[in-house]
Design a protein around this ligand. Structure first.
Ligand SMILES: [Zn+2]
Ligand SMILES: [Zn+2]
Length: 155
């Protein structure tokens, strides 16, 4: 009965649940902004803080700048960039790296070129999987899977 369903995910971004002025309930207003039900005090979750900072400081220089001024850990900021929740100014030096070629990018997980390659690869893999499925007879399932695993490891 007393069991509480506490789920912690990056999606929560340290949501303010209780007003730090009067202890009232914080109501979500959108884009990471919350307002107290009772005293109208405004507060932000990590996403709101970073977003507000970027909006008011369009020339943020480094990831560290954002981290220091918002108190939001770099890991979380990087996650937001990956999820394309926030966007960095064009002339800023805040970058994350393409997961494949390590080129500097501003948001998402891959640079444009690698994103293209990944899309093609994923389409090919999907086609291959469907092919495997249609080829599998009785008892061949595990064999086919093992072969696929070995193939991936060798690459
Ligand atoms: Zn309040
Ligand atoms: Zn790349």
């Amino acid at each position: 009965m007393a069991e509480q369903n506490v789920r912690i995910s990056l999606d929560d971004y340290n949501r303010p649940l209780v007003c730090n002025v009067c202890g009232g309930r914080m109501i979500y207003k959108g884009v990471g902004e919350y307002q107290c039900e009772k005293c109208a005090n405004l507060d932000y979750d990590d996403y709101g803080k970073v977003r507000a900072y970027i909006e008011t400081h369009p020339n943020q220089r480094t990831m560290q700048d954002i981290e220091i001024h918002t108190g939001v850990p770099r890991k979380t900021i990087r996650q937001m960039l990956k999820e394309e929740r926030i966007e960095i100014a064009k002339d800023s030096t805040v970058f994350i790296q393409c997961e494949i070629c390590r080129k500097s990018i501003r948001s998402g997980r891959y640079c444009e070129e690698c994103a293209k390659k990944v899309r093609i690869q994923e389409a090919a893999q999907k086609a291959q999987k469907n092919h495997h499925k249609s080829m599998q007879g009785f008892g061949q399932h595990n064999k086919a899977q093992e072969g696929e695993k070995r193939f991936h490891r060798e690459r």
